[in-house]
Design a protein around this ligand. Sequence first.
Ligand code: UFG
Length: 319
Amino acid sequence: MKLLVTGGAGYIGSVVAAQLVEAGHQVTVLDDLSTGHADAVPSGARFVEGSITDAGGVLPGMDGVLHFAAKSLVGESVEKPGLYWANNLGGTLALLDAMRTAEVGRIVFSSTAATYGEPERSPVLETDPTRPTNPYGASKLAVDTALTTFAGLYGLAAVSLRYFNVGGAHTAEDGRVYRERHTVETHLIPNVLAVALGGRDAVSVFGTDYPTPDGTCVRDYIHVADLARAHLLAMEACSPGEHKIYNLGNGTGFSVQEVLSVCREVTGHEIPAVVQERRAGDPAVLVASSEKIQRELGWKPEHPSVRDIVADAWDVLPR
Ligand code: UFG
């Protein structure tokens, strides 16, 4: 297929682009490089630097779009909600309009567990209530809602994948490494590994008074290569007039303290930790049921172990 990957110079988008190229697809990456890196675009893909609001120029002749380009920092979204609504919802509506004009009828969308907010039960099912607690999650949920409407009205074939906590790194068949490289890093595993490398003095543990076994937040970690593979299955499973939504996680929760222990084991470093106040908007427990995507699309994680996720991220960090 001829596929457009928006945000394909970012962490997850670049891994998906690499897997699509390996699978024999013709891939064009559209990325404005606001947070991505041009050198993360796989060598077999064509790169166009630009915004999703200008996708009209690259869409003609495409069979489908995998849409990653978005603002994705929860904290920033609370401070600058307008930026999140404009980019994530406004930008996606412009992309959907351009897709209609160019008669491109398939989209796989990068959604998030943040659409659920503070879940009432664990693991979370796709049918559970969506009550986002920050503008980031709200903007992604708004796109999910728009996709449902567009599928019903215009026959769009859409799949939303709701990611839980993505980690690890991917080494492609050609030996190229794809890893997390955020200028502003808020995620737990890369922050912990930065301390192990000696780049920072201590890890902050945000809150030890949550209603969890050790008091720290529990999350469901998924390997970026497993997550990426789901996008290829989703693109094949797109069906005109339908919007399908799938959670993507491993179904097992690990607390912040447990992740820290795994990182200490994998790296052999002591990794000092300092307890801080809770971070605003963090749900206590977020664990996915991915039963639906396993059942309907035959997706199966190949690297479900959190130890492998940490080890793969650690092994490729430049020393
Ligand atoms: N944490 C720390 N110290 C850090 C970083 C994180 O204690 O230095 C804690 C957080 O408070 C949280 C857990 O580690 O309890 C995981 O935090 P991350 O920032 O790694 O991930 P989140 O669960 O906050 O966020 C992820 C995605 C978001 C998405 C969200 C869904 O990164 O994009 O899941 O709820 F919105």
